[in-house]
Every structure is written in structure tokens, then in C-alpha cells.
Design a protein around this ligand. Structure first.
Ligand SMILES: CCCCCC/C=C/CC(=O)SCCNC(=O)CCNC(=O)[C@H](O)C(C)(C)COP(=O)(O)OP(=O)(O)OC[C@H]1O[C@@H](n2cnc3c(N)ncnc32)[C@H](O)[C@@H]1OP(=O)(O)O
Length: 718
């Protein structure tokens, strides 16, 4: 709703009230319309200030209302009512003015912002465009290039930048509402003719066509199939080529197109999923709201390889004192240099002070004796990690958290090496650890709720999205990757090429196909894991070379590694590169020959494989594993899996995540296609739909927010 009050006798004040961000719900819009009419009808009122309660102007349209039937006054007539007002209306912008909130501010005649406020049009991230005149007013106010930048990227600007761009009229370090009231009094009675942005002509720079061409190219390059960025460009184009009223019609048309698209639904689901994962719960009933994090001031990182360095940088940048330990002198000095460089570049990019003095380096594990939390980041080898955990358990002060940055090893086995297994938790960072936003917090059966809460909070402080997951081989992300990779290998055996598989996955929206990603991460990484699992047996030939544990197995990855093809680092992998460390993947005729030879050797006849089969086998096998993970209680809900896949594995955000995507395709259809492929390839693992997937499909494909009800039933009966 909106509250009306009278300030200093002549200023009508409208205060938006809808915690937590004063979003423009039906009640708020109704309140604004009613209060505007009231302010305009009261003769004593000479000017109006619009502000938001609790130091937040407005977070935009209420996203929670998007799925429901529209009620209350629409936004467009509301902003027109404000702009057309005969009395000056001043927006007092504190905290945020985002999306519809900024559109509301742009309909006011003046804008006063607090210096700490941020402003922007983030609609593009929700699969939308600013649909209440934002695409028509902003270019009129700040010019086409700047408006295109803000609207197509969704980036937030500071009050200072907003002032520089001409979005706000004044910035204050003091109380913005008081400043707006004073300002409103000072403009009482002045003509408003030059203050209504919709009446401004839209500036037409001489190189207009080139500007739009460049903007389109830019969004095509980065959108990976998302339609909102390009549609935003079209809407801004209408501001330049059409009169205001017609431009508004075009904006409405384009907005409706986006609003009813599956992409907007997926992105809005993802918005809430990212927030839902912070309300974590574990399989044994620990929860975010009943578990108190422990205070952490000083942390340590053990092992300063690539991951350890990134983790050290993340911790220091988040303000923690860090003890960085590397027992090899030479490695330590290289790590020091690398970490300094990363911190310098980070400080420059973010415009923040350097955090060098936060880090103390040491060659001795003894240096961690007084820290509150240790993150072990040594080589991915169980025996080595066990030794480190035994040492840590003896050295660390009582109560210190012992965390491991493993990408899939058993947390419980490590915990059993310590005197306090309840203090052990996994913190699975993604490379590069100081850049990637995802953190899997892996709880073992003995991890205490406070320890999980502490690791989740640490992740948040490091600017990460932390997702709590249970302990199993590969946790959530890497466990789901296995069947996805397996299908890709089998498809090569059956006649596909790496470039065909990658093309299909990239057209779906992945930044990189599965084979390019493997080349980038290093083929030797998976090879080592398969070796330690006893899967790699170079001596075997004939049928047995392609069977492990009674199931079909493809040794193709192992064979490439045996030939020293580790991917980008060696200049050869599934693709070829111009040099070791090269980045541009090119099809490799050698590999095609190798595949032909391999098929001949194993009696496999290549067939034509279509795009649908590539996509369905790779994605549905991955999705099926996701349902198995939900069934096993490793992830608490589909949102956890979707956030992990979008942030950690390049799943296209505009498709919501694998579990959301499965719901969109139709769970019954996913089951039907898996069964179809299973019938044709009975020897291929991963194609048998798991019982939870079947159960959900049979219960009529319920909406994703209802899945938890079905998932929780079997467990509560245990
Ligand atoms: C039929 C409709 C026609 C409409 C035509 C006009 C179209 C206008 C388009 C829009 O305005 S779309 C909305 C544009 N605004 C946004 O995208 C803002 C989204 N929010 C954020 O970016 C952040 O939440 C924030 C505002 C910067 C605050 O960040 P912070 O980290 O401080 O807190 P959060 O955890 O993110 O959020 C707190 C809480 O608030 C909920 N929330 C935030 N914004 C909205 C919103 N616009 N509508 C509804 N709810 C919102 C958020 O979900 C959190 O609650 P939760 O319970 O934890 O999920």
C-alpha cells in the first residue's frame, strides 16, 4: 500500500509500503493512484514527494504477482498520471530504484538520490524489458547509447553515475527524503513543461544505424539464445523511430511477447530459486532458521595450487584474515606472486583497497593453530587428504571448522580421521574459485547444523551462492555430470563427432559443449578419477574393453589420455588447438580417423545421429540423475540442483536449470523418451527413469514448487 502524509504544510508525501523492497504490488499501485489524486485535489498541497519506507525507494514490479491474474491499476496509466500532474512531483530515491521503481521515478518531474542508492533496469535478467515506459523515457533522457547499455545489460548504477548520466537531478549524502521535500518546496509554482520526459525528442546521433547494429551484435554474442536482450534493443529502437505514443504501443507489444515466453517464466523461477537455496535444510532435519553460524575471523587455506590460490583471494577480499599454507618453498613463493597479482587486478576492477595485508604465508601447517576455520585444498587424493585431516585435528584449536575443497571425495571418510567429525564439512569451490559464484557446501552424516550454517554464511560473505548438499560421490554437480558425459561418449561410439555434440549443446544455450569443456578442464582430471575407481584397464580388448561392472563403458577418454591428449594444455584433446594452452578449438581430422578405427576395432557401425537424439540422451540422462539425487535426499529441492547447474556448469539461465527444464518439457515426455532410448540401447546405463521421476510424471506433471511434497512423503515414512 501507500501512505499519505502532509509535510511542512504544502508538500504531499506518498510513502510506498511493501516490505522488503516496496515492490509495486496491486495494493501499492492502487495506493499511489489514490494518493496522487488526493494530493492533486488538496489546494494546500503545492508539490508532491514520492518515497519508500525503510530507506528503499522501490524494487520494481512485484515479481510474485507475475504468475497470477493482474489486478489493481496497471503501471503505465499510473506513470502517465504522475507525469501529467499539474503540481511538481519529486522522487526521493533511497536504497534502490529498480525496474518499475526507476520507471516510477522517471515519471516524476525531479529525482533526488541518496549517494548510496543504486538505480537500474534489471528486467532483462528476468526475461523482460522495462514495460512501463522505461525503454521510451530513458533514451530521451540520457541518449540512445547509454540507455541501450543500461537496458540490455541490466546493470545497476550508483547515484554518482546516475547523476553523471543525467538520470537524477541531485545527489545527497544527507537524508534524501528531507532533501526532496526542500527541493519540492523550491520548485513550487514553476512550469513543468520542460520536466516531462515523454515530451522530449529522442536524440538521434548521426551514426544511429551503426549503434543499433553494434548493440544487436553484442547481445547476439552474449545472449546464448536468450530473447530478452535483443527485444530490449528493438524497444529502444522504437523510441528513436516512433513518436512517444506509438513507441509505448511497441513497448507494450514487445513486453507481452516476452512476458508470455517460457524464458521469462524460467528466469523468474531462477530469481526465486537463487534466493530459496539460502533457506537450506539437510536430510536429517537441520535447517537454516534453527542453526546459528559460528563467528569466523581468521581462516586458513592449506595447499596453494590453482584452487587454494583462488580461495585465498576470495577470503581476503571478503575481509577475513587468512593464513595461507604451502609446504613446498618454491610453490609457496610462486603462489604468493600469483595471489598478489589476482588481488591487484581484483582491487583495480572493483575499485576497492588492496587486501594484501590480510594474508600471512607459511610453509608450516602449525601456522593454522589459532584459526577459526581451515579450508584444505590439497591435491584430490584421498590418502593425502586423510593425512592432512589427521594433522589438522591435532593442531587446530578446539571448535575450529575443518573444511575440505574436494570435488567429490567422501566427506565422512575424512571426518573419521578427526577427533571431532561434527566439525567437518565440504566446501566445493568451482574454478576459478575467486570468480565463480557457486559453492557446494557438503554436509556429512555427522556434520553439526552450526558447522553447515557457518560454511553457508562464509560462502555468502565471499559473494558466493552457497547450496547445501548431502555427501555422495560427486555431490550434486559432478554426480549429474557423469551420465551426461557418458552419453556423449556413447554417441561418439555410435557415429557422432565431438563438434556435432558440442554444436547441439551450444545451440541449446550452453556456453561450451561437453567436449570443449573437457578439453578446457583437462582430460587427465577424469582419467585420474576413473583410474582410482579401477575403471581404466588398458590391457583389455574386444567386448570387455567396453564393459565395466556389467554395464556399457566407453574407454574413449582413457584412450586419448594414453596418447597424451589432455585437452587445451597439450594442444590436443577432443579438438586440436594451435599450440599447448591454445584456446580456439578446431575439428581434428586425426580424431575422426581415430574414431573410425576404434569403431572398426570394436565392431561398431556408425549411424546418422540427429540433433534431437544428442540433446535428449545427454540432457535427459543428466536430468534423470537429478531426480535420483532428489530421491536420495542429497539435494533438498529442485531449486538447489538448478542453481548449481546454472552457476557451476553453464546451464543456460533462460532455461531455468535442468529440473525446471524437465518440468517445461513435461515429466511424462522425459520418461517416455528415456524409455524409448533404453529400449533401443538396453546396454547403455543412465537411461532407466528413476522411481521419483516416474512417480511425479504419473501424478500429472505437478508444478515444480509442488515437487517437494511428493519428494518428502517417502522419506517421512521411513
Ligand atoms: C503484469 C505486470 C506488468 C508489469 C509492467 C511493468 C514491468 C516492470 C518490470 C519490473 O519492474 S520487473 C522487477 C524489476 N526489479 C528487479 O528485478 C529487482 C529484483 N530484486 C533484486 O535485484 C534484489 O532483490 C534487490 C532489490 C537488489 C535486493 O537485494 P538483496 O540482496 O538486498 O535482497 P534479496 O534477498 O535479493 O531480496 C530480499 C527479498 O525481496 C524479494 N524481492 C526482491 N525484489 C522483489 C520484487 N521486485 N518483487 C517481489 N519480491 C522481491 C526477494 O525475493 C527476497 O525475498 P525472498 O522471500 O527471500 O525470496
Amino acid at each position: 500500500m501507500a501512505l499519505y502524509s502532509r509535510v511542512s504544510g504544502s508538500v504531499g508525501m506518498i510513502t510506498l509500503q511493501n516490505p522488503p523492497v516496496n515492490a509495486l504490488s496491486a495494493a501499492v499501485r492502487q495506493g499511489i493512484v489514490d494518493m496522487m489524486h488526493r494530493a492533486l485535489s488538496e489546494p494546500e498541497v503545492k508539490s508532491v514527494v514520492i518515497c519508500g519506507q525503510n530507506g528503499k525507494f522501490c524494487g520494481g514490479a512485484d515479481i510474485r504477482e507475475f504468475g497470477a491474474k493482474m489486478t489493481g491499476p496497471p503501471l503505465v496509466p499510473m506513470v502517465h498520471l504522475i507525469e501529467a500532474a499539474s503540481k511538481p512531483v519529486v522522487a526521493a530515491i533511497e536504497g534502490i530504484a529498480l525496474g518499475g521503481g526507476l520507471e516510477l521515478a522517471l515519471s516524476c518531474h525531479y529525482r533526488i538520490a541518496h549517494s548510496k542508492a543504486t538505480l537500474g533496469f534489471p528486467e532483462v535478467a528476468l526475461g523482460l524489458l522495462p514495460g512501463a515506459g522505461g525503454t521510451q523515457r530513458l533514451p530521451r533522457l540520457i541518449g540512445v547509447p547509454a540507455a541501450l547499455d543500461l537496458i540490455t545489460t541490466g546493470r545497476h548504477v550508483t547515484a554518482a553515475e546516475a547523476r553523471q548520466l543525467g538520470i537524477v537531478d541531485e545527489v545527497t549524502d544527507l537524508n534524501a527524503v528531507d532533501a526532496a521535500v526542500k527541493f519540492a518546496q523550491s520548485v513550487t509554482g514553476k512550469s513543468l513543461d520542460a520536466r516531462r520526459i515523454s515530451t522530449y525528442p529522442c536524440p538521434r546521433p548521426p551514426d544511429l544505424d551503426a549503434i543499433f547494429e553494434r548493440a544487436m551484435q553484442q547481445v547476439r554474442r552474449s545472449a546464448r539464445g536468450a530473447i530478452a536482450p535483443g527485444t530490449c534493443v528493438q524497444a529502444v529502437h522504437a523510441a528513436v523511430t516512433l513518436p512517444y505514443a506509438k513507441g509505448m504501443e511497441r513497448e507494450r507489444e514487445l513486453f507481452s511477447l516476452l512476458f508470455t515466453s517460457g524464458q521469462a517464466r524460467a528466469l523468474q523461477y531462477y530469481f526465486f530459486a537463487q534466493r530459496a537455496v539460502s533457506r537450506w535444510s539437510t536430510a536429517n532435519g537441520a535447517r537454516w532458521d534453527t542453526s546459528k553460524p559460528r563467528p569466523v575471523r581468521k581462516a586458513a587455506v592449506i595447499g596453494l595450487g590453482t584452487m587454494g590460490r583462488g580461495i585465498t583471494v576470495s577470503l581476503a577480499q571478503a575481509g577475513f584474515s587468512v593464513v595461507a599454507v604451502e609446504t613446498q618453498e618454491q610453490q609457496l613463493s610462486e603462489a604468493k606472486q600469483a595471489v598478489s597479482g589476482m588481488l591487484e587486478r581484483g582491487a583495480k576492477r572493483r575499485g576497492v583497497p588492496l587486501a594484501h595485508d590480510k594474508i600471512k604465508y607459511s610453509c608450516s601447517v602449525q601456522a593454522v593453530a589459532d584459526v577459526d576455520l581451515v579450508i584444505e585444498a590439497v591435491f584430490e587424493d584421498m590418502a593425502l587428504k586423510k593425512t592432512v585431516f589427521q594433522q589438522l585435528s591435532a593442531i587446530c584449536k578446539p571448535g575450529a571448522l575443518l573444511c575440505t575443497n574436494t570435488s567429490g571425495l567422501d566427506i565422512d571418510e575424512l571426518a573419521s580421521q578427526t577427533q571431532s567429525p561434527e566439525l567437518v564439512v565440504g566446501m566445493h569451490f568451482f574454478a576459478p574459485a575467486h570468480v565463480m559464484q557457486l559453492l557446494e557446501v557438503v554436509y556429512g552424516p555427522r556434520s553439526s547444523p552450526e558447522v553447515v550454517a557457518t560454511a553457508m554464511q562464509m560462502g555468502k560473505k565471499m559473494g558466493k551462492v552457497s547450496v547445501a548438499v548431502g555427501n555422495c560421490r560427486g555431490f550434486v554437480g559432478n554426480r549429474m555430470l557423469k551420465p551426461y558425459l557418458e552419453q556423449a561418449f556413447f554417441l561418439l561410439e555410435e557415429g557422432a563427432t565431438p563438434e556435432q555434440v558440442d554444436q547441439v549443446l551450444e545451440e541449446f544455450g550452453f556456453a561450451m559443449g561437453v567436449f570443449k569443456v573437457s578439453d578446457l578442464s583437462g582430460l587427465d582430471v577424469g582419467w585420474k578419477v576413473r583410474k582410482s575407481d579401477g575403471l581404466v584397464s588398458p590391457a583389455s580388448t574386444g567386448t570387455s574393453a567396453r564393459i565395466r561392472g556389467g554395464s556399457r563403458y566407453s574407454p574413449l577418454g582413457d584412450l586419448l589420455c594414453e596418447r597424451g591428449r589432455f585437452g587445451q594444455k597439450t594442444g590436443r584433446g577432443w579438438f586440436q588447438y594451435d599450440k599447448p594452452g591454445g584456446r580456439v578449438a578446431k575439428p581434428d581430422p586425426w580424431l575422426h580417423g581415430f574414431l573410425e578405427e576404434y569403431r572398426a576395432q570394436h565392431g561398431l557401425v556408425a549411424r546418422r545421429i540427429d540433433h534431437q537424439e544428442v540433446l535428449e540422451r545427454c540432457l535427459y540422462a543428466l536430468i534423470n540423475e537429478g531426480f535420483q539425487i532428489l530421491q536420495d535426499g542429497i539435494a533438498a529441492g529442485p531449486e538447489d540442483i538448478d542453481v548449481i547447474y546454472v552457476l557451476g556448469y553453464g546451464w543456460p539461465r533462460h532455461r531455468g536449470g535442468p529440473m525446471f527444464y524437465a518440468g517445461q518439457v513435461g515429466l511424462d515426455k522425459v520418461v517416455e523418451r528415456l524409455e524409448h532410448y533404453q529400449q533401443i540401447h538396453p546396454d547403455v546405463p543412465g537411461l532407466q527413469p528413476c522411481s521419483l521421476l516416474r512417480k511425479l510424471a504419473a501424478s500429472g506433471n505437478p508444478a515444480i514448487h509442488k515437487w517437494r511434497e511428493v519428494i518428502q512423503k517417502p522419506r517421512s515414512q521411513l
